[in-house]
Structure formats: structure tokens, C-alpha cells
Design a protein around this ligand. Structure first.
Ligand code: IMP
Length: 431
């Protein structure tokens, strides 16, 4: 049995869909454990069809896989239904999707507050996706949240929405100068939406626990990335959940000792969307080059991603906080045809060389990259299927990243297609 956690090692958008694609066909379960429709996975099928998924686990595209939206996820019911019908219209079988009774719901007031509070923050804004993620998690922690199971009891649902709206309407009207929201309307709307998915509601921690006991392979699929984690990320420019590997246990209900592998997805360079510090960010033509060549535009928001060179300080940090056993290095092909490829090996923080993530926010803000230059390669590597087929300089680049990142690289992405991957070690079989 393998319970594998798949997480983004940087700021998200590392190309996780491609890794789920590699292993999704050989696992019985794919589970989302945190986040919501702030995520965006693009999966390209062998026939060239491309799917952008936001909320539903990417295993939905693999016949025979059961997909779970775990207790740690926040669900916008309208988005769930739209995504389901979009898949069904394209002929995808969605019957194998279970939803945790304990997952929290994103309500219309969460979306309203997310958008208006960002506007009020002005220059200090987080750059959220505006999907209501932060406010939904705030309510979860404040014990004011509405859970999926509340949809099964209309009177409890009405009470919970009323309790939440007592506070939210004060906030919307008195602080943000917006219109108050109507309880009855919200309750009617979500109850109607629930009809579309109530048959999927399940005690998913029990179901998953039993699957693990039977020895089935389970993939716990993280969204966002290590540096967007509310505890371990670049706070306050983070999302409101725990994408790091520990969150996989909390957000699925599978105990930590059942996790047998942690696969970190690591892009061969670095990107970030939204605000916040980014030491290797490039504001010149090279940043533009990476953006264009790598197609660095957000799947969820359509925003242009900020781009920079590979940062080994971040990779080392990700290895540590996630207990990464293996890396899947993505988008190596994007770096083809550069004379030299810089790698950030350490930071200079106020004149001092720092090898690890600075302890304070100020330290990270003041970090300037210390670069090592690696010789580039000009060959098209998108057809390579073994490590040996890669040009010598590309191999040296990969080996250097591995050395600096403190975890082995087990797979390399050389193009967006499903088969454009070099596998060095098989994480599922351990070979
Ligand atoms: P929120 O998750 O919408 O609250 O946004 C908080 C921060 O996380 C913002 O900087 C977003 O741009 C970023 N973020 C959220 N989801 C993703 C993702 O899937 N990929 C990359 N960044 C994300």
C-alpha cells in the first residue's frame, strides 16, 4: 500500500496535474485535502483534450479511480455543480466522487467579503483569487462555519446561516458599505444546489481509512504550494489552509503514520501569483521569456504569473517542512536554449550569506539571491524519455538541483503532454 502526498514545493502552479496524471492511473483513490476553487490543475489527456479542474480531484479523468473531496476542503456548491456538469458534457464519468460531510461550504457572503476586503486593503492586499477561500476558513476556525452535513438538515442549515449572517451583515453594511444579504434566499439557494450532490456526501475518513487498511493506493493531492501554507508560507501573503504534507493528514482524516511517500512538485524555475516577496523574481526580459515560454498564466484567474530563476533555498525548505521523499521536476524544457542557467543557491541578507529560509518576514524581504551559473543547452528535449537522452548540460542542471534540494528527483517533465515525462524512480512501487 502507498499513501502518497503530492504537494507543490514552491508557490503553487508547479504542474501538479502532470504528476497526478503519471500516478493517477495506478491508484484507487485521489483525494483533495485543502483549499477550494482557488486551485487550478490543467490535465492534458493522450488524445490532446485539455481539462482545467478547480475543485474536483484530477483523478476524475481516470476511469476506475474514486475521488474524494476531503474534510479540509472548502466547497462552493455552485462551482461544484458547474464543474461537474462541464465534465459530464464532455463525456467524463463523474459517478465516483465522494464529498466529506465535514467539509465546509463557501457561502455567498464569503465571496462578497473576500472581494470587498481586498479592495479595502489597497496596497497591502494579498492578491487573493477572490473566491471566498479566506473568509470560509475564518468562519471554520471561528466555529461559525456551515458544513456539507448541514445541507442534510434544513433547520440546522437555517440556524447556522442566520448566526453567521448576524455578524456578516453588520460587517458588509456598516464597515464595507454594501447591501445586507438575505438569509432565506441563501438557504433556499444552497438547498436547491445540494440536490445535485447530496448522494455523494459520505463519511470519507472512514471510507479512506478502510481503503488504506485493505492496502489500496491513495493519492492525497495538495493544491497551492508550500510557501502559500498559512503556517509555513510567506505569511501574510499565503492562502488560509495547510497545503504542506501535514495538512494532508488533517484534511483527509488519514493518520500521519499511514503516509508512505511525499512527492514534491518542483518547477525548474520559480513562479508566483498574487502579492508578496519573491527573491529571484525577474523584472527584465528573462522574466518575460520564462512567462512566454512556460505559458505562465493562471488557470483559475487568468492572471500573469511572476517569474524567476530556480531558488534552492526554497527547495531545501520544502524538503524539510514536508518530509519530501521524491521530487517531480517539471517544465525543464522551458529552460532549453539559454546560454547559462542561473540557480539561486543561497541568499544575501543585509550582507550575510544565508543558506536556509530566513527566520523573519523582514529577513525574507531583504533576501537577494546568490547565483551560481550553470551552462545551458540548446537541444529540444521534449522528445527525451530517458535521463541519458538529455543533453549533458541539462543532466548536470538536474543533478545540481537534486544536490541543493536535499531530496532525490524521481521524474522530470519535458513537455505538457501526458507522456512527456522521464521517470527515474517509480514512487508507487519504490523501484
Ligand atoms: P486565496 O487562496 O484566494 O485566499 O489567495 C491567497 C494567495 O494564494 C494569493 O496570493 C493567491 O494568488 C494564492 N493562490 C491561491 N491559490 C493558488 C493556486 O492554486 N496557485 C497559485 N497561487 C494561488
Amino acid at each position: 500500500m502507498t499513501v502518497m502526498v503530492l504537494i507543490g514545493a514552491q508557490w503553487g502552479d508547479e504542474g501538479k496535474g502532470k504528476a497526478t496524471d503519471l500516478y493517477g492511473g495506478r491508484v484507487q483513490w485521489v483525494v483533495r485535502y485543502q483549499g477550494g476553487n482557488n486551485a487550478g490543475h490543467t490535465v492534458v489527456l493522450p488524445d490532446g483534450q485539455s481539462f482545467a479542474l478547480h475543485l474536483i480531484p484530477s483523478g476524475i479523468l481516470t476511469p476506475g479511480v474514486t475521488n474524494v473531496i476531503g474534510n479540509g476542503v472548502v466547497i462552493d456548491p455552485g462551482v461544484l455543480l458547474t464543474e461537474l456538469s462541464g465534465l459530464e458534457e464532455r463525456g467524463v464519468d463523474t459517478s465516483r466522487l465522494l464529498i466529506s460531510a465535514d467539509a465546509h461550504l463557501i457561502m455567498p457572503y464569503h465571496v462578497a467579503i473576500d472581494r470587498v476586503s481586498e479592495r479595502y486593503l489597497g496596497k497591502a492586499k494579498i492578491g487573493t483569487t477572490g473566491r471566498g477561500i479566506g473568509p470560509a476558513y475564518q468562519d471554520k476556525v471561528a466555529r461559525l462555519g456551515v458544513r456539507v452535513q448541514d445541507l442534510l438538515d434544513p433547520s440546522i442549515l437555517a440556524q447556522k446561516v442566520e448566526a453567521a449572517l448576524d455578524v456578516k451583515n453588520q460587517l458588509l453594511v456598516k464597515i464595507y458599505n454594501r447591501r445586507a444579504l438575505d438569509r432565506a434566499r441563501i438557504v433556499d439557494e444552497v438547498l436547491a444546489q445540494a440536490e445535485g450532490f447530496r448522494h455523494r456526501i459520505a463519511d470519507t475518513r472512514l471510507v479512506l481509512g478502510e481503503a488504506a487498511r485493505r492496502g489500496e493506493h491513495i493519492l492525497l493531492e495538495g493544491s497551492q504550494g508550500t510557501l502559500l501554507d498559512v503556517d509555513h508560507g510567506t505569511y501574510p501573503y499565503v492562502t488560509s489552509s495547510n497545503p504542506t504534507a501535514g495538512g494532508a493528514s488533517v484534511g483527509s482524516g488519514l493518520g500521519p503514520t499511514s503516509i508512505t511517500a511525499v512527492l514534491g512538485i518542483l518547477k525548474a524555475y520559480t513562479t508566483r501569483v498574487g502579492s508578496g516577496p519573491f527573491p529571484t523574481e525577474l523584472h527584465d526580459e528573462w522574466g518575460e521569456y520564462l512567462r512566454k515560454t512556460g505559458g505562465e498564466i493562471g488557470v483559475t484567474t487568468g492572471r500573469l504569473r511572476r517569474c524567476g530563476w530556480f531558488d534552492a533555498v526554497i527547495a531545501r525548505y520544502a524538503s524539510r517542512v514536508n518530509g519530501i521523499t521524491d521530487y517531480f521536476l517539471t517544465k525543464l524544457d522551458v529552460l532549453s536554449s539559454l546560454e547559462t542557467v542561473p540557480i539561486c543557491v543561497a541568499y544575501d541578507v543585509d550582507g550575510e550569506r544565508v543558506e536556509d529560509m530566513p527566520m523573519t518576514q523582514t529577513g525574507f524581504h531583504h533576501a537577494t539571491p546568490v547565483y551560481e551559473q550553470m551552462p545551458g543547452w540548446f537541444e529540444d528535449i521534449s522528445g527525451c524519455r530517458t535521463f541519458e537522452e538529455l543533453p549533458a548540460n541539462a543532466r548536470a542542471y538536474v543533478r545540481r538541483l537534486e544536490e541543493l534540494s536535499l531530496s532525490r528527483i524521481s521524474a522530470i517533465g519535458v513537455g505538457p503532454g501526458r507522456d512527456q515525462t522521464i521517470v527515474l524512480h517509480d514512487v508507487l512501487s519504490g523501484s
